[in-house]
Design a protein around this ligand. Structure first.
Ligand code: ZN
Ligand code: ZN
Length: 201
């Protein structure tokens, strides 16, 4: 929001004053979009997290370093870009082990602090097209990130599996619908803070 009504001068007629409206142009090198630690490493989608609400000044190497500081084992970080190769505020990080991956997913949010900015970013499992892992027959568009489930479900298996009272708080995540059922008091709640000393660019 560029408009802040609190700065209306009392004595004058109401006038909205633009604040912080300057467009910040951030130089972005194409090489900033991908960081690969080792090309021999397999990039396993099942060890990959989706990172949302990224700050535009964070490049892939900075993201890799932050995630590696917090969770270890980062082998790849990529910043999603638009057709002009400009970052769109999300990215992916692949780990070389399931433990780091699960810790990152369980964190759900991390706070990145650098000298230039502080930003709370969202960490989700990176979802693929998958069959329902309960019946292995239907497509499984619903993913449950709760650790007791942590798998893909079709519509009917989701409801069958989540009919118990203790499971009804589980919220389905869907591919291509980031954030669905994924806000509020989801799993985790653990806030990890990275005091990242580098500027990240
Ligand atoms: Zn099913
Ligand atoms: Zn569940």
């Amino acid at each position: 929001m560029c408009w802040d009504s609190k700065v209306i001068p009392k004595s004058k007629k109401p006038l909205l004053t633009p604040i912080n409206c300057a467009v910040q142009v951030i130089p972005w090198l194409l090489s900033d979009s991908n960081f690969i630690k080792s090309t021999s490493q397999n990039l396993d989608p099942q060890k990959t997290v989706f990172v949302g609400a990224l700050h535009g000044m964070l490049n892939a190497e900075g993201l890799a370093k932050i995630m590696n500081d917090l969770f270890d084992g980062v082998v790849y970080a990529g910043i999603d870009t638009d057709k002009y190769k400009y970052p769109i505020g999300s990215g992916r990080v692949t780990f070389n082990n399931s433990r780091s991956y699960l810790r990152a997913v369980a964190a759900a949010f991390i706070e990145i602090k650098t000298m230039k900015f502080t930003k709370k970013v969202q960490v989700d499992p990176y979802l693929e097209d998958s069959l329902c892992s309960a019946c292995n027959v239907q497509q499984g568009p619903y993913f449950c990130r709760e650790l007791v489930c942590f798998r893909y479900y079709c519509h009917s298996c989701w409801h069958w599996h989540h009919s118990l009272d203790s499971m009804q708080s589980h919220k389905p995540m869907m591919r291509n619908a980031k954030g669905v059922g994924n806000s509020g008091s989801g799993s985790g709640g653990l806030m990890l803070v990275s005091n990242h000393s580098r500027s990240g660019n």
